[in-house]
Design a protein around this ligand. Structure first.
Ligand code: PRP
Ligand code: URA
Length: 212
């Protein structure tokens, strides 16, 4: 795969361990959900290394001092429905003061093209830092379309958090949106004839919500 500056592979044995369990077809839905949430929390820790904090004066019980804080209300977590919800739960635990916007997209089973069915965003997107979540970056069509929609609504600062990415999906999104950093916990081998990630973990939305 070509190297793209915007692609960040998060390599961490704890994340890899949890992801390996998620890949197993015998892993029950309740474990799949909680592992995804935990990985999203751990990935947020990595992504947060790029966040800008602000210095404020506070009083500890001992004395006054200057400390660094984040303006949590400036963050918007944007799950791409449905599977993105499984990750946004973990991100929201790390940034409980963030707001949440939703984008509903599904991939047409024959054409693999994304179809939009829902969108609800908080106001003033242009001033916010958006954390878009979707565990699966396969052809990249869904994420590329979601990022385009968000930019058309005014979003300027966006990060994409995904669990598994196929090289094709990374290339599609990195070329269409070079300004959007992409964080992924794995770059898999490729796609099968149904455009599923190989080896992947199957259908993430179905495994999260028990609709297999
Ligand atoms: C999955 C996944 C991504 C998309 C990835 O959603 O969550 O949004 O497919 O495929 P792509 O990169 O080829 O576009 P799906 O359409 O299965 O909907 P769901 O989350 O509601 O199950
Ligand atoms: N969507 C999924 O849920 N899994 C894949 O492998 C590809 C798209």
């Amino acid at each position: 795969m070509q190297n793209f500056e915007s692609v960040h592979l998060i390599e961490n044995p704890l994340i890899t361990h949890k992801l390996s369990i998620m890949r197993m077809k015998t892993t029950p839905g309740k474990d799949f959900r909680s592992l995804l949430e935990e990985i999203a929390m751990l990935m947020t820790y990595e992504v947060a290394k790029t966040f800008q904090s602000r210095e404020v004066e506070i009083e500890t019980p001992i004395k006054s001092c200057r400390v660094n804080v984040l303006d949590e209300e400036n963050f918007v977590i944007v799950p791409i429905l449905r599977a993105g919800l499984g990750m946004s739960a973990g991100v929201l635990k790390m940034l409980p003061g963030a707001s949440v916007g939703h984008i509903g997209l599904y991939r047409d089973e024959k054409t693999f093209q994304p179809v939009e069915y829902y969108s609800k965003m908080p106001p003033n997107l242009s001033e916010k830092f958006l954390l878009v979540t979707d565990p699966m970056l396969a052809t990249g069509g869904s994420c590329a379309a979601a990022l385009q929609m968000l930019k058309e609504k005014g979003a300027k600062k966006i990060v994409l958090m995904t669990l598994l990415a196929a090289p094709k999906g990374l290339e599609t999104v990195a070329k269409a949106h070079p300004d959007v950093p992409i964080y992924t916990a794995s770059i898999d081998d490729g796609l099968n004839e149904k455009a599923y990630i190989v080896p992947g973990l199957g259908d993430a939305g179905d495994r999260i919500f028990g609709t297999l």
